[in-house]
Design a protein around this ligand. Structure first.
Ligand SMILES: [Zn+2]
Length: 271
């Protein structure tokens, strides 16, 4: 049985290590009004939860669950000739979805942009014989230790044209996956919410907490924007469903300057 927190969708070890989910107790998340709720993949599936898999662009697929599991992220599967990456795994897994992913070439690696997106990462890795990559700086947030987990840091060339890059900010180990062949060969940035694409499709946010609205400092946002400026990509895909369609680097640069201006008081006269 795969036990997970119903609020964040992150799998946990049995027996339950704590009464309250450690990830949700943190100031970046939240615990429901009436207290902690644990669930299991078996309970989700018995309740009718299923997973939809649709093509995002050639060689990449979006996985979503209905109803939403945990935070409700969209996972992205990237296919390469040397195996596939499952990015920001869902907080659920079904036999049907495993079979579909197997038909798409299976999984070599499972990796998340940050601990809120761990989902049931080890359950996916077990089902498809994959390795789970966790950034070393966020290893203390792993609440289901597993022998499939490998720690990484800095940059890792994971698969042909797929690189994991630590950015930090939202979490010390917050990361992106740069997929060079995405966006018709111009590169796609799978950004999780290390830089979160917004509903206007032309800007991103930089926050320590998105649900509790805790901003990152001007200095950190400047650092993230500078790091992004060194990468080649067009689209930016977020973890909840948002995306920047065109000119991702310009969207990040513009959003960073706007954030910095607001948190340093440039626009105080407008408030
Ligand atoms: Zn939780």
């Amino acid at each position: 049985m795969t036990i997970l927190c119903a609020t964040c969708g992150v799998e946990t070890a049995e027996p339950l290590p704590a009464e309250t989910c450690r990830i949700c107790e943190d100031e970046r998340q939240w615990v429901p009004l009436h207290g902690q709720v644990w669930t299991s993949v078996e309970e989700q599936v018995a309740g009718g939860m299923h997973i939809d898999i649709v093509e995002l662009e050639p060689d990449s697929w979006a996985l979503t669950s209905d109803p939403a599991a945990g935070i409700g992220q969209r996972s992205i599967l990237v296919q390469t000739e040397r195996g596939n990456l499952l990015w920001d795994p869902l907080g659920t897994i079904t036999d049907d979805a495993v079979e579909q992913v197997r038909e798409l070439g299976g999984l070599a690696f499972v990796a998340a942009s940050h601990p809120h997106m761990f989902g049931v990462q080890c359950a996916w890795a077990d089902a498809l014989d994959a390795t789970v990559l966790v950034n070393r700086r966020d290893a203390s947030w792993v609440v289901r230790p597993h022998d499939r987990i490998r720690l990484w840091d800095g940059e890792v060339d994971l698969l042909p044209g797929v690189r994991l890059i630590r950015f930090g900010g939202h979490f010390p180990g917050a990361a992106v996956a740069l997929w060079e062949r995405g966006s018709d060969g111009e590169g796609s940035l799978l950004a999780g919410d290390t830089m979160q694409p917004k509903p206007d499709r032309e800007s991103v946010g930089f926050m320590r907490s998105y649900p509790n609205n805790i901003p990152l400092s001007a200095g950190v946002v400047q650092r993230l924007a500078k790091q992004a400026a060194g990468l080649r990509f067009r689209r930016v895909y977020g973890n909840i469903g948002g995306q920047v369609i065109e000119d991702g680097p310009a969207a990040i640069a513009h959003s960073a300057q706007r954030h910095i201006d607001w948190v340093t008081g440039v626009h105080d006269a407008l408030t």
